[in-house]
Design a protein around this ligand. Structure first.
Ligand SMILES: [Zn+2]
Length: 221
């Protein structure tokens, strides 16, 4: 039996044991179906950063650009000329932002480790990207809501993350073995989020979701 631990996305106390591997236990929320690791298994901040330092991605790497194009191309279709964006969790070698800038869009960067200027989070944007980010969030509910607030009416949030299929596939899934990955979304979890935000959700690829904010959404104060 496990002590009930509130879901870090929807705060529901209705969570259940989901799976265990050699290093960690995973729980699943019955409400939003997020699969998550309890906070006592989070890596210390310096160990987390050491792991990210190994991700030496760069805009000159064609393979990395191709990978990001699965988010870049469908998102770009929704942008007006000159739309301005935020790359949330840009990592040590910002590349998606470079691709948007080449297409004529100014992009601000934020990353808690590599671009920690939080003043960019005071602005609002026409589009926001979170590529390979949401699986790292320690407080996904709070952090994603804050991001959504930074989006202008008719804005678009593009998320790229590998998704949970089922328990069986999960047990063979290499994605969970990265100790910096602490929450795992499924299509159902994103649908829950879209309903919460009253957003239109588009599944653009197996690991790419777009959230469209309605034109009538109230801008943040
Ligand atoms: Zn939940």
């Amino acid at each position: 039996m496990h002590d009930p631990h509130p879901c870090p996305l929807c705060r529901s106390l209705s969570t259940e044991w989901f799976r265990q591997d050699r290093r960690r236990e995973y729980y699943r929320c019955r409400t939003c179906l997020l699969v998550f690791v309890k906070p006592d298994r989070f890596l210390p901040r310096d160990a987390e950063k050491a792991e990210y330092n190994l991700h030496q991605n760069s805009p000159t790497d064609p393979g990395y650009r191709k990978f990001l194009s699965r988010l870049f191309l469908p998102l770009r279709e929704h942008l007006s000329p000159g739309a301005r964006g935020l790359d949330f969790g840009c990592g040590p070698g910002p590349t998606l932002s470079v691709m948007f800038e080449e297409a004529g869009h100014a992009v601000a960067l934020y990353d808690p480790f590599y671009a920690p200027d939080t003043s960019v989070l005071d602005n609002t944007y026409d589009f926001i990207t979170a590529s390979e980010v949401v699986e790292h969030l320690h407080r996904p509910g709070e952090e994603l809501d804050r991001l959504w607030e930074r989006l202008k009416p008719s804005g678009i949030l593009g998320v790229m993350t590998q998704m949970v299929i089922d328990q069986e596939a999960f047990s063979r899934w290499r994605y969970k073995n990265d100790m910096t990955h602490v929450c795992f979304f499924s299509r159902e979890t994103f649908a829950w989020l879209a309903a919460r935000w009253q957003a239109e959700m588009i599944v653009a690829d197996t690991d790419v979701i777009l959230f469209l904010k309605s034109a009538g959404a109230q801008p943040p104060d």
